[in-house]
Write a protein that binds this ligand. Structure first.
Ligand code: GLV
Ligand code: MG
Length: 340
């Protein structure tokens, strides 16, 4: 009698700091992760239409879902996964589960994988503090996927929203080949760092730089970006691990200009997308995270002027060489991806 074969795990957690092979999978356009509260019937009813307008729909089970609606939200997420054909519009289906030490996480993850594991692309894990959190989720997903015959591995997207997570961001990015990316959670991160703000992302009127005194007029000052360091460090961690970096939520739904500027700063620093919390943020994300047509034209001229990517040429008075060829390729490749 042959011994029963143990279930095959998709991935084994990697030791901290071990080199990680880059993941080989098609890259999707994910300019906006549109958050949906799945316990609300009215909102759920709009999901099939919404799925045609956005790159990713996320069923949110964590913050913003009241404790007494957690079960209903989980059931709503399952209903979405079972009834909406996300693949038909090439829309990603993600869920943000409750944090690992909450009373809801285990039921969130077991229910999602067992009920809609084949529809679920990515599970977003909040308040990740170190690679150990990712290892735990990785193994749990591997067990559940094996048990429920899930056809492809479910990705992990971590939210960077604690000071401890920030300290370990490079190791988090490398913690598993299952890592899809990392996004910024500016509200929780601000609280964890004891930043003195009640805002969700964006600038602050008191965070400024003032010029030196000038004779005869009032000194000018300008707001600075309190998220610059955080986003730049997150982008470095993600880029060096070959995963996506994303901006998170922008809480002032009524300030579309400030939202656009925050998204644009993130895009310029290397982010691929952001969350949309309200339908009016969808078009902003679509515009900002698609490359500017004039930039694409200029980038295409650089690639044409240097067919083998080496040497030096002048275009409109600007020097181009191997490095600017690579910059141009990033923009042209993204334009192609968005156009497909
Ligand atoms: C998002 O979860 C945040 O805390 O900003
Ligand atoms: Mg948060």
């Amino acid at each position: 009698m042959s011994a029963t074969k143990p279930p095959q795990l998709f991935y084994k957690p990697l030791a901290i700091g071990a080199p990680m092979p880059l993941r080989e999978q098609p890259v999707n356009v994910e300019r906006m992760i549109h958050f949906v509260p799945p316990h609300l019937d009215k909102v759920r009813a709009k999901v099939p239409d919404m799925a045609k307008k956005v790159d990713v729909i996320l069923a949110n089970l964590e913050d913003a879902i009241p404790a007494d609606a957690k079960d209903a939200a989980r059931a709503g997420a399952v209903e979405m996964g079972k009834t909406v054909d996300f693949k038909a519009s090439n829309t990603g289906f993600w869920s943000r589960v409750n944090c690992l030490n909450s009373p809801w996480f285990l039921e969130d993850i077991t229910t999602l994988v067992s009920e809609v594991g084949n529809a679920l692309d990515v599970v977003m894990i909040p308040k990740v503090e170190g690679p150990w959190d990712i290892h735990f989720v990785d193994q749990l997903l591997a067990q559940l996927e094996a048990k429920h015959n899930i056809e492809k591995p479910i990705g992990i997207h971590a939210i960077l929203e604690t000071a401890e997570g920030m300290k370990n961001v490079e190791q988090i990015a490398l913690a598993s080949p299952r890592m899809h990316g990392i996004c910024l959670g500016p509200a929780d991160l601000a609280a964890s760092r004891k930043m003195k703000t009640t805002r969700v992302g964006g600038g602050h009127p008191f965070y400024r730089v003032i010029e030196d005194p000038v004779e005869g007029r009032e000194r000018m000052s300008a707001q600075q970006d309190p998220w610059h360091y955080t986003i730049a460090r997150m982008v470095d961690a993600c880029s060096s691990a070959g995963i996506k970096a994303m901006y998170g939520p922008f809480g002032d739904i009524s300030d579309l200009d400030a939202c656009e500027q925050q998204f644009r700063n993130a895009f310029l620093l290397g982010c691929d997308g952001a969350w949309s919390l309200h339908p009016n943020q969808i078009d902003i994300a679509k515009k900002v995270f698609s490359p500017d047509p004039d930039e694409v034209k200029f980038a295409a001229r650089i690639l044409e002027a240097m067919p083998d990517g080496t040497g030096v040429v002048m275009l409109d008075g600007k020097m181009q060489d191997d490095a600017t060829w690579k910059q141009a390729k990033v923009i042209v490749d993204l334009a192609k991806l968005v156009a497909d």
